[in-house]
Ligand binder design. Structure first.
Ligand code: ZN
Length: 128
């Protein structure tokens, strides 16, 4: 990763100045939106450990680490589009190339919860 690389989340900041500091654990994501963006960047950089760490304990057992890794690595994550967000909800479209190099869009409304000062991903619903 070069120093000039822009962050995957579309912020136009350097990756190091943006989501990487959350992924590496230097700082805690201050909002559901920033956590969501950093999780997208974790998909783009195939950081499954961060994806697991930021999934709420109660739901983590439903998410297989292997499946997350497969989903993260099979696809090339191209662009994140935030549709709308509130304190605990982020609706987004993730544009990616699948393993057949077809452009795909994953649309999701994600729910987050704050526990002990940390935001966690709880669950996601398909957008209409
Ligand atoms: Zn970012």
């Amino acid at each position: 990763m070069s120093n000039e690389a822009q962050c995957y989340c579309g912020s136009e900041l350097d990756f190091q100045e943006c989501c990487e500091k959350y992924i590496l654990g230097y700082e805690t994501a201050p909002s559901a939106l920033s956590l969501m963006k950093s999780r997208y960047a974790a998909y783009a950089t195939q950081n499954v450990a961060y994806l697991m760490k930021t999934t709420q304990d109660a739901t983590r057992r439903f998410y297989s680490q292997d499946e997350i890794l497969k989903w993260a690595t099979e696809n090339q994550w191209k662009r994140l589009e935030i549709i709308h967000f509130s304190e605990t909800i982020v609706a987004f479209k993730a544009h990616f190339l699948d393993s057949q190099k077809r452009m795909q869009i994953h649309s999701e409304k994600s729910v987050f919860v704050k526990e002990d000062g940390h935001w966690f991903y709880v669950e996601g619903f398909e957008l209409d």
